[in-house]
Design a protein around this ligand. Structure first.
Ligand code: ADP
Ligand code: GLC
Length: 486
């Protein structure tokens, strides 16, 4: 690996603490900082979401002319822990209450919004004369950058040495729009062909990122394989297969500064491997906060999740009575699909002292849930990486997860009896019987305090820090920077 600092520009739609709706925000909030600690020079472009401009006062701003059209932008600058953050403002496109939509659903002009975001970011770099070694894009919201660059290189040769890396955090969100929206991309017509952004007659942003980047990656080794299958490929498995020689899987990490039970300001009592006593206080406080029966014998299971089909919360709803029969308590923090919210609210009213549901997005409560829980439930249908299970392990809540994607890669679980190295529990088939059978086993292990404590120790000891992961991205950047035919 080279010692030479690399200039890396990331482009993404979320970054903790500025904007976060899920794991993408956590990744962009931590990876650039870890790369910065390695000595690399990192800059991150974000949309100037209303919530960011309301909460943070940017240092200065620049007026930017679009190099692809006559549109204009204002780009605000902030410094954040050694990373330079640029906020792209485009008319009223990002000055809104939600990142991608509101109560009525996705914003109808999302194609325009994120086409302008990509064009605005590139135009700003060009205007400043900043040509980084690497532009690292994430998900469909910044996926137009690689195709835009492919064509821009012909007009401005200073882009020739800039390599692109594209990371897919979730293949199911593709940025698929009506073909008329292609006009917003400012790409030449030929880019809308089958070898470009056209997908069954529609415009598909993600496809552009996959096809036109020098290197592509996803957020676990197992999901990199799963993406190539019909079952998990979301219709893009054939497109991903075209790039399989340039496809890498790198498991996400944890930001130790934010997720550390020894120093966490959000939890009622600190704890650690050496001083585990605080964990019981956190559990008691969570039970009290949520009105759960503290005398229940079974484990307190927690869920912190977007309530989306992906996350398999319906399996918990379907098996609620049997779960209660096993003696577990359940606390769920999450918002999303109405049917899931309704089902959870109903369960909480049927079992008021055993089930609690908080339909909110609450960063501080999420920390208290990991700290107070015995088990984290994550029965995902698919899971590219997953961060919740990493946080849970760090906070001594053993993850019970479906053996898919990053959950399979990060949670060690052997068939019963649990081996010395286990950090959680797996099940395989997305079916009530399989889910419940292992849950019954978990309840038995919970009562065997010795084995449970050993697993908690394994889980809390697991090192998932971003400082260990960032060097793998540097290898990826080096791979992308090798001269290759474009
Ligand atoms: P995804 O990105 O698919 O939602 P991840 O496991 O990668 O799943 O990341 C989810 C992130 O969002 C974690 O940081 C988790 O704690 C957080 N999160 C999810 N739902 C909520 C919520 N309702 N309140 C607070 N944090 C939440
Ligand atoms: C996506 C995935 C999740 C992953 C996150 C960050 O939201 O659903 O598994 O952890 O991106 O990479």
């Amino acid at each position: 690996m080279t010692d030479k600092p690399i200039e890396i520009t990331m482009v993404a739609s979320e970054m903790f603490p500025f904007a976060k709706s899920g794991g993408l925000g956590d990744v962009i909030g931590a990876l650039p900082l870890a790369l910065g600690r390695m000595g690399h020079k990192v800059c991150v472009y974000l949309p100037a979401h209303r919530s960011i401009l309301r909460e943070y006062v940017p240092g200065d701003s620049a007026q930017v002319a679009d190099v692809f059209s006559d549109a204009r932008y204002e780009v605000f600058s902030l410094e954040h822990e050694g990373v330079s953050v640029k906020l792209v403002s485009a008319d009223d496109l990002f000055d809104r209450a939600g990142f991608y939509g509101d109560v009525r659903g996705a914003f109808p002009d999302n194609a325009e919004r994120f086409a302008r975001f990509a064009r605005g970011a590139l135009s700003h770099m060009e205007g400043e004369g900043t040509y980084p070694f690497i532009i690292h894009c994430h998900d469909w919201q910044s996926a137009l950058i690689p195709p835009l660059l492919k064509y821009r290189r012909a007009d401005d040769e200073r882009w020739a040495g800039v390599a692109t890396v594209f990371t897919i955090h979730n293949l199911a969100y593709q940025g698929r729009f009506h073909p008329d929206d292609f006009a917003h991309t400012c790409l030449p017509d030929e880019a809308m062909g089958v070898e470009g952004l056209e997908y069954y007659g529609d415009l598909n942003f993600l496809k552009g990122g996959i096809l036109f980047s020098d290197v592509i990656s996803t957020v676990s080794g197992r999901y990199a394989q799963e993406m190539l299958t019909e079952e998990q490929g979301e219709g893009l498995e054939g497109v991903v297969a075209l790039r399989k020689d340039s496809l890498f899987g790198i498991m996400n990490g944890i930001d130790d500064a934010v997720w550390n039970p020894e120093t966490d300001p959000h939890i009622p009592a600190p704890f650690s491997l050496a001083h585990p006593e605080g964990k019981a206080k956190c559990k008691a406080a969570l039970q009290e906060e949520l009105g759960l029966d503290a005398s229940a014998e079974g484990p307190l299971c927690v869920v912190v999740s977007r309530l989306a089909h992906q996350k398999g919360i319906d399996l918990i709803l379907e098996t609620m009575d049997e779960l209660m029969g096993l003696g577990v308590s359940l606390a769920v923090l999450g918002t999303g699909e109405e049917a899931l919210e309704e089902g959870l609210a109903e369960a909480a009213s049927s079992y008021p002292s055993r089930v609690a549901f908080v339909p909110a997005y609450d960063e501080a409560l999420s920390h208290r849930m990991y700290a107070g829980g015995d088990v984290l439930l994550m029965p995902s249908r698919y899971e590219p990486s997953g961060l919740n299970q990493l946080y849970a392990m760090r906070y001594g809540a053993l993850p019970y997860v479906r053996r898919v994607g990053g959950l399979a890669n990060s949670v060690s679980s052997s068939p019963t009896p649990e081996a010395n190295a286990d950090t959680g529990f797996h099940f395989d088939a997305f079916a009530p019987a399989d889910f419940l059978a292992r849950m019954a086993g978990i309840c038995r292990v919970f009562l065997e305090q010795g084995l449970w404590r050993m697993m908690m120790r394994n889980a809390m000891e697991k090192d998932s820090s971003w400082d260990g992961v960032a060097p793998r991205y540097v290898e990826l950047y080096e791979q992308a920077m090798r001269p290759q035919p474009r």
